[in-house]
Design a protein around this ligand. Sequence first.
Ligand SMILES: Nc1ncnc2c1ncn2[C@@H]1O[C@H](COP(=O)(O)OP(=O)(O)OP(=O)(O)O)[C@@H](O)[C@H]1O
Ligand SMILES: Nc1ncnc2c1ncn2[C@@H]1O[C@H](COP(=O)(O)OP(=O)(O)OP(=O)(O)O)[C@@H](O)[C@H]1O
Lengths: 215, 215
Amino acid sequence: SEPVVVVGLGRFGTSLALELTRRGTEVLAIDRRPKVVQSLAGHITHVVTADSTDIEALRQLGVPDFYRAVVAIGGDLEASILTASLMVELEIDDIWAKAISRQHGRILSRIGVQHVVFPEHDMGERVAHMVSGRMLDYIEVDENFALIKTRPPKEYVGVPLGESNLRRKHGVTVVAVKSPGEEFTYATADTELGYGDVIIVSGRTEQVERFAELP
Amino acid sequence: SEPVVVVGLGRFGTSLALELTRRGTEVLAIDRRPKVVQSLAGHITHVVTADSTDIEALRQLGVPDFYRAVVAIGGDLEASILTASLMVELEIDDIWAKAISRQHGRILSRIGVQHVVFPEHDMGERVAHMVSGRMLDYIEVDENFALIKTRPPKEYVGVPLGESNLRRKHGVTVVAVKSPGEEFTYATADTELGYGDVIIVSGRTEQVERFAELP
Ligand SMILES: Nc1ncnc2c1ncn2[C@@H]1O[C@H](COP(=O)(O)OP(=O)(O)OP(=O)(O)O)[C@@H](O)[C@H]1O
Ligand SMILES: Nc1ncnc2c1ncn2[C@@H]1O[C@H](COP(=O)(O)OP(=O)(O)OP(=O)(O)O)[C@@H](O)[C@H]1O
C-alpha cells in the first residue's frame, strides 16, 4: 500500500509507525528529538530528525510526494496545527491527526484534516465501560451500536444459540466464540456456549451492556 | 455499579472519569494538580486534590473502602508504580492501570495490578490499520481475530448475504449493516448490501483485512 509520513514519535505515533512498518507499509517518520529518532532507527523504514513546522525541511524530505500523512503531535498544539496546515498546503491527499481535545479536533478539521482521532479520549471511554461492567472489552461502533467481549450468562451455557434466541429475548447477536485453549470462531445456530467461553456480542449499546450484566 | 477511584486526570483519566460519571457510576477522582481538579469539579461525582503516593491521604479519602481503582498516571513512572503499589496494599480488589511501555506494564502486573491497559499503544495500532487500508475502523479482538468497519466490495452490492456466501469464499462474516441515514442493524441472510452502506465484518485478521481491500 501507499507510503505514509508520520510526524511525532510519542507513544501513539511510535506505535502507529511501528505497526505500519510491521505490516509492510513504507514509513517516513519525523521527530525533532534526536534521541527518539536514534532509538527507532532500524525499526522504522526511514526515521529522520526534523522540525515539521518548517516547510522547506518537509520539501527536502520528499513529503509532497506522499499520499498519506499522520500528525501524531499531542501536547504542543501550535506544532500540531502548524504541521497539519503544512500538510494541507503540500496537498497531501489523506491526512490523519491526533487531537487532545474537542476544540483541538475542530481546528484540525477546519484547516483541512480529513481524519481526526482522539486516542486517549476514546480509550478512556472504552476502559470506563470495562471498569464499570462485567464485560471484558467494549467497542463503540456508532453512537447506538456496540460490540463487547464478555462471558456467557449462566442461563445460556450448554444451549445451542439457535435455541437461545438471544436476538428476540435480548436484542443481541453472538458474533464469535472462543473456548479455552482455542481461537475465536464465528458463531452459528449450532454453537453451544460453554462455561469458560469468551463471546463477542453485538447489538444496540444499552442492550449489549444489559446482556453483559446477566449473571 | 460499584464506585470507582480514579487517580490521574490527564486526557485518558479525565475521559474515563467523565464517562463513568455519565453512566451513573460514583467516582472519586484524585489529582495533585489543583487547576485540573477545579476544572472538573461538578463534572465528576467527587474530585479532590491529593498526592496518591501518600498512603495516609488515600486512607483519609476513604480509598480503602473502594472495590475498584484506576491508576491513570502515564508520564511519571514512579508515581504510577507507587500509587498502584499502595492500591494493592490497601487491598483494592480490582485495579486497572495505564502503562506507557511493555516494561512499565510488566512492573505493574508484577506488583499486583490485575488489568493493565496501553491506551496510546493500542490506538496507534488501530489507527495504523485505518491509515494503511481501506477500512473505516479496525478492532483486534485477539491476536488472530478482528472486527472491521468497511464499505461493501462492489461485487457484493445488491446481493442478499445468503447468496454472497462470504464465509465460504472469504472466511468473513458480516455482523451488522448501516445504510445512509439509518442506524446499524444486525445482518441476516436476506440482508442486501447497498452501495453507500457501512458494514461490520468479523473473521480471522488476515481474512478481514483482505476482504476490506476488495474494490
Ligand atoms: N515541530 C515538530 N517537529 C517534529 N516533531 C515534533 C514537533 N513538535 C513535537 N514533535 C514531536 O512529537 C512527539 C509527540 O509529541 P507530544 O509528546 O507532545 O505528544 P503526546 O500526544 O503527548 O504524545 P503521546 O503519543 O506519547 O501521548 C514528540 O516526540 C515531539 O518531539
Ligand atoms: N502522585 C500523584 N498524585 C496525584 N496525581 C498525580 C500524581 N502523579 C501524577 N498525577 C497526575 O496524573 C495525571 C496524568 O499524568 P501524566 O500527564 O503524567 O500522564 P499521561 O499518561 O501523560 O496523561 P494523558 O492521559 O494525558 O496521556 C496528571 O494530571 C498528574 O497531575
